[in-house]
Design a protein around this ligand. Sequence first.
Ligand SMILES: [Fe+2]
Length: 357
Amino acid sequence: MGSVSHKHTNTTPLKRGSSIDHLEYVDVTPIIGREYPTASLKEMLQAPNAEEQLRDLAITICERGVAFFRRPQDDLSVDEQKYITDMLGKLTGRPEENGLHVHPLYNDPNNLPMADGTTDKHIYVINSEAAKRLYATMKKPTTGSEPKDLSREWHSDSLFENCPADFSFLRMQSTPPSGGDTLWCSGYELYDRLSPPFQKFFETLTATCAQPVFESACESGGYDVMSPRGSPLNVDYQFRPSHPVVRTHPVTGWKSLFAGVGLHVSRINEVTTYEDSMIRDYVLRLITRNHDCVARMHWTRGACAIWSNECTLHAATPDTHLVEGIRTGVRASGTGGVPYLDPKSKGRREALGMPLF
Ligand SMILES: [Fe+2]
């Protein structure tokens, strides 16, 4: 890779300016999420200080975890959605050689096109019907007697990559009147809810984030995996990185629980198998027993969510099959740097002078 550093260019946490202070907003909970009921992303792009506004939006998202845009953003083109996603990372010090992520299975013939019939390797189309077909090949056999356990849905995007996602931007184009909510949990707050000895211990851990389903899907579908995928470090079938269980957010400088749990985490590396499952169960329990760490989005037509994968986990609610109507959306994701833990960094509460939990 020559002289390319693959590191964020920030040397200190970034501070938010005042360029989007005029936007109406409400914080979804005291801990996570900010909703903009009337803001228009199109107008933001057309403003003379568009880059300043996007940078302040990016830092806001890194602080709050996720931003919801409630007003239907129908006038925003897919290219503009991609541009915003890319710029949020670029303006906050993402490694210069990285760009938008490419889904490994973009070549799958079952992938549906966007509403205008075209496809784009940087856009992942969410479609409730297509998802059933695409993932049919990956399903593990079940006996039908397992209890429903939606906690398995929690994940951070593209954790299976050496350089996982930084920002993800999902725009829901059509959605049933109920169901299909998405939940985001604050990784900052999960870290802050560990006792100091557990924090220290978790900071010594890394996790293998292997995702073998991509290779098996390509094999059974007879097509090639996409490569590279948003970074020269995300290539071929290298879906087996080790990531720190506690990471430092490259924009805020705050510590966040990152790779301790979820869909893409296969093994905590430094411990026995019993300890591995105990640790992951414990983190999952932190999430499911502390719903004040969670912001929930009930989707409405044209609404958008943009989140930082570097400090949140999210989970879909797979209940749209219970109601009439197909759910479609388009998602773009940026590719962040290699996750790291800076031992000198602080938790969010400590950094903000808030009482520790
Ligand atoms: Fe996701």
